[in-house]
Every structure is written in C-alpha cells, then in structure tokens.
Design a protein around this ligand. Structure first.
Ligand code: SAM
Length: 265
C-alpha cells in the first residue's frame, strides 16, 4: 500500500527500496524490532477481563497480531481463540506459543482468517478487538466484521470493541515526524500525515539510515473514526452499546455491545 511519503522515499532510494504493509512478511523484521516487551498488553487485557462475565466461556480475539494481548489473556486464565490474517504475525504468535508452558498453550487456538468475513464452528461468550485495529478497516468492510461477530456470539455474549483514544476523542496534528530506536539499537523514522477530508491517516516507518540496503518502507493507512460513529455503526448492525469506558491508564476507549435480541440477558 502506497502512502504519499513512501512514494517520495522510494523515488530517492531506487532499487534498494522495498514497500510493504506494516503487518506483512517483509515488515516482520521492523515490526519485531519495534515491538517492546514492556508493551505486553497486560493493562489492556485486565481492562477487557473486567468486562468478561464469569463463566461466560471462551474468548475470541480478533486481529491478535503476535499475541501482545493474547498472552496476558491466557495468563489471566481464559481460553482464547486468536484470529489473525497476516501469516507473518501468525508465525511469531505460533513461535511464542510453542515456547509457552503447556497449560497456557493448550488453552489457545490459532486461526488464520479475515476478521471481516470469518466462519468458525464455535460460539464465544466474548469477542474482542484491540485498540488500533478496527481503524484498519474501510467503511465497506466494517459491516462484515459486525455480522461475523454477531454470528459467533453465544446467547448473552458481549462484543468488546476498543478504539485508540486519539481516534475516538482527541484531535491530532495534521503531520508529524518522529525518530526512535528499535530493540536492536537501529534508528527508525515515522511520518504520520492526516488527510481530514478523506478521514484517514497515513503512517510510514523507515530506517533513519538513508544508506540502508534494503531500505524497507512500511506503511499503514488508518481511518479516523469517532466514537459516536462507532456507536451508530454498532446500532445499525443490530447491537446495543451497553457501556463506554475510558480506562485511565491507557489511551483507549472501550465499547461493550450485545446483540439487540440479547440485551436483557
Ligand atoms: N491485537 C494485536 C495487538 O494489540 O498488539 C495486534 C494489533 S495491530 C494494531 C492490528 C492487527 O490486525 C495486525 O496484526 C494485522 O495483521 C491485523 N489485521 C489487519 N486486517 C485484518 C483482517 N482483515 N483480519 C484479521 N486481522 C487483520
């Protein structure tokens, strides 16, 4: 996926340039270098856990990535199905599971599927989505997500949809540049540019070292979503939003929704 900034970079580095989506195989080195162990998702997992009713059964985590939230959820004792589209992310997740204690590993099922159109032969007490994930989906794709979630919720089940708070309630500058080190010590640059008319933000991450070969340019396109719009979409898709929570510790907003016919349970 091209971004305006990626086009400029790729034009200047010639054949050294490699363009990839941030979650693709070619980006795996960059992603793993930038993922920090201390960002292990435990506070978010606890926040989700506070909304999971006791004995409500297995949890379906959509777009699980490399397991940043999956492992804390497993460590809290849940049985988790981790659904993810990217083979590169799944490789890392499966590798981490192989290294985990058997009682943790045995409570996790990994599925490669598209969160906008999946069919698993199972229903779940809870389906959850981490912050910074639904905003990867186009308006045309989100109804597929809502429909798939509805079909996989057990009676009385809950859909826990989180949004990055920057999307939900804060305004951000139109353009920013940042530089930060990966775990390897390698420096990366990040360019973020908002296009308010199109309601998207383009993110481009690349090596600070202009001589890097290959010069891997990772891109992501993030939809700028407002919480009221999310609530309206959920209601349109047949859910009732029963709580909106703004956890203090983390820049996220959590919506708890239940299929309308189940709202009394
Ligand atoms: N949940 C993980 C976390 O909190 O670290 C990963 C979140 S990351 C922001 C978004 C994830 O969504 C990536 O792993 C990406 O591969 C995945 N993804 C993007 N589109 C997807 C789709 N249509 N179906 C399933 N996963 C998808």
């Amino acid at each position: 996926m091209r971004t305006v900034h990626a086009d400029v970079l790729l034009a200047s580095v010639g054949e050294r340039g490699v363009l990839c989506d941030f979650y693709d195989e070619d980006a795996a080195g960059t992603y793993q270098d930038l993922m920090r162990e201390e960002e292990d998702g435990t506070p978010e997992a606890r926040e989700f856990a506070a909304h999971i009713r006791p004995a409500s059964g297995p949890v379906l985590e959509l777009a699980a990535g490399t397991g940043r939230l999956t492992f804390p959820l497993l460590n809290l004792g849940f049985e988790v199905t981790a659904l993810e589209l990217s083979a590169a992310m799944l490789d890392t997740l499966r590798g981490r599971l192989a290294d985990a204690p058997a009682d943790v590993r045995d409570r996790c099922t990994v599925v490669q599927a598209d969160m906008t159109a999946f069919a698993l032969a199972k229903r779940f007490g809870t389906v959850l989505v981490s912050p910074g994930t639904i905003d990867l989906l186009d308006e045309a794709d989100r109804p597929g997500l809502y429909a798939s979630v509805r079909e996989h919720l057990a009676p009385g089940g809950r859909f826990l949809l989180s949004l990055a708070q920057s999307d939900a309630v804060k305004s951000e500058s139109l353009e920013r540049h940042q530089q930060f080190p990966g775990k390897s010590g390698r420096l990366y640059k990040m360019h973020v540019k908002a296009f308010p008319a199109e309601k998207i933000r383009e993110v481009t991450i690349y090596p600070a070292d202009e001589t890097a070969d290959p010069f891997v340019v990772c891109t992501s396109r993030i939809r700028i979503l407002k919480v009221d719009q999310m609530v309206a979409e959920l209601e349109e898709a047949g859910f009732d939003v029963i709580t909106r929570t703004l956890p203090a510790f983390k820049e996220m907003l959590l919506l708890e929704a239940t299929p309308r016919s189940d709202s009394s349970s």
